[in-house]
Design a protein around this ligand. Structure first.
Ligand code: ARG
Length: 438
């Protein structure tokens, strides 16, 4: 029985259902996330075919109208991507043939599924990245606002989780904000790096057609063409890894913030509480109000790390397309969706923090001002090492926590937190972001 797969060669029998199930694996599930982008890439490809005269005006119009209709049907759930198809690529071609007969059979002229899937993934990654950029900017802005409100709210600062020197809630939060601003710059850079069109490289060797690669790239709003077809294939997975590594940087900020909230909200610290609508109860202990959301955000780091590890292990491959590369889809889709979910929730979590000002002030004990005593003494009568020794021996400081904070005058200190500077940097990196393409 001949198969009706795209690659069917009439001399071969259809592969067994068991074999097909293994080859397709969970691909059809991941393609649910890529389908709209695969249609967008196909629209660009038919635009290119028209540009070089392979499709005449009427054919081009019919083909793009059918693709737009498919996009619509897909969005409203009328067209379903299911196990009938090997992948989104086959589904699109099957739809075009069903709608347009033999014209539909022209769509794959000069294209391979290798550059097709790369294009869909590239468009997907760019869109996810742009959403993550926008959400990161919002989170940074929100944390800066909160930092400004709490800039004078005193809290004990820790090193080694032991009391160290007084600080403020605003300084703690602005630290998170500045990290997010810097990482937004990183995202901008990676967005630029990924913003190149793989379409037209076909199976990895080009095709004997004068494909309009530059025009096709502009059609998709890509900044440039990724030139060499071997490099195009070899960038599959490599670009995904780069994206995930930048998400990992953002998760490092979030993981730390979550750890802090988790520690500061314990009964032992008691510096803050998470409002009831962000807390969860226990099924057995009536007294409990738990910060599950913080813990799951923190734990999500393990998923991103695992996805990075999966990509790193996959990428030990020779040049060109290998089917192993299909397995790059899961990590990039799973991790980017997860981070988007977390970033969407974060402003709410930050607003739900209720600070116990009194408890924090009480927790600032005299020995936390010994550094101030030593520095003060060093300025007036002795050198720092002697003053340090003296403060250590007496254990006394005449500096209050308020004075300690007021004296922190260098840039970044409690009396000169530089919030405006961080805000300015956010405005610059924010304005460098590309606007999301619908
Ligand atoms: N599902 C495949 C992938 O993600 C599509 C490309 C198939 N190409 C091939 N030469 N078998 O890589």
């Amino acid at each position: 029985m001949p198969s009706d797969y795209l690659w069917n060669n009439s001399n071969t029998d259809a592969p067994s259902a068991q074999l097909m199930a293994f080859l397709a694996g969970t691909d059809i599930e991941w393609d649910q996330h890529l389908m709209a982008y695969d249609i967008e890439g196909t629209l660009a490809h038919v635009f290119g075919l028209h540009h070089i005269g392979i499709l005449d005006d009427a054919e081009y119009e019919a083909m793009s109208a059918a693709l737009k209709q498919l996009h619509h049907n897909w969005k409203i759930g009328e067209f379903k991507l299911d196990q009938r198809y090997e992948d989104s690529h086959s589904a699109i071609e099957a739809y075009l043939q069903e709608q347009l007969g033999s014209l539909g059979q022209k769509v794959h002229t000069g294209r391979s599924r290798n550059d097709q899937v790369l294009t869909a993934l590239r468009l997907y990654m760019r869109a996810q990245l742009q959403q993550i950029q926008q959400l990161s900017a919002t989170v940074a802005e929100h944390s800066l606002d909160l930092a400004a409100t709490e800039i004078k709210t005193a809290m004990p600062g820790h090193t080694h989780l032991q009391k160290a020197m007084p600080t403020t809630v605003g300084i703690w939060l602005a630290g998170f904000a500045e990290a997010m601003v810097d990482d937004l710059g990183l995202l901008n850079y990676i967005e630029q790096h990924l913003n190149s069109s793989p379409l037209g490289s076909a199976a990895g060797f080009g095709v004997p057609l004068p494909l309009a690669r530059t025009e096709v790239a502009s059609y998709m709003d890509f900044e440039r063409v990724q030139v060499n077809p071997v490099y195009v294939q070899n960038s599959r997975g490599k670009f995904e890894l780069l994206l995930l590594q930048s998400l990992h940087q953002i998760m490092l900020n979030i993981q730390r913030l979550c750890w802090d909230i988790s520690v500061f909200s314990t009964q032992e610290f008691g510096y803050l509480r998470l409002a009831a609508d962000f807390s969860t109860g226990s099924s057995i202990m009536p007294n409990k109000s738990n910060p599950d959301v913080i813990e799951l955000m923190r734990g999500s780091m393990s998923i991103i790390t695992a996805d990075i590890t999966q990509l790193q292990s996959l990428l030990a491959l020779p040049s060109g397309y290998q089917r192993d590369l299909q397995l790059t889809k899961g990590p990039v889709i799973r991790s980017s969706r997860l981070l988007i979910q977390i970033l969407q929730l974060l402003p709410g979590v930050l607003s739900a923090l209720q600070f116990d000002r009194h408890r924090m002030q009480e927790a600032i004990t005299t020995e936390m001002m010994l550094t101030d005593a030593a520095i003060q003494a060093a300025q007036s009568q002795s050198n720092f090492r002697q003053a340090y020794q003296q403060a250590k021996e007496t254990g006394e400081s005449s500096v209050s926590w308020q004075q300690s904070l007021d004296n922190r005058v260098s840039l970044g200190g409690a009396a000169n937190p530089g919030l405006d500077l961080i805000r300015q940097r956010l405005a610059v990196t924010g304005s460098e972001m590309k606007k999301s393409i619908p």
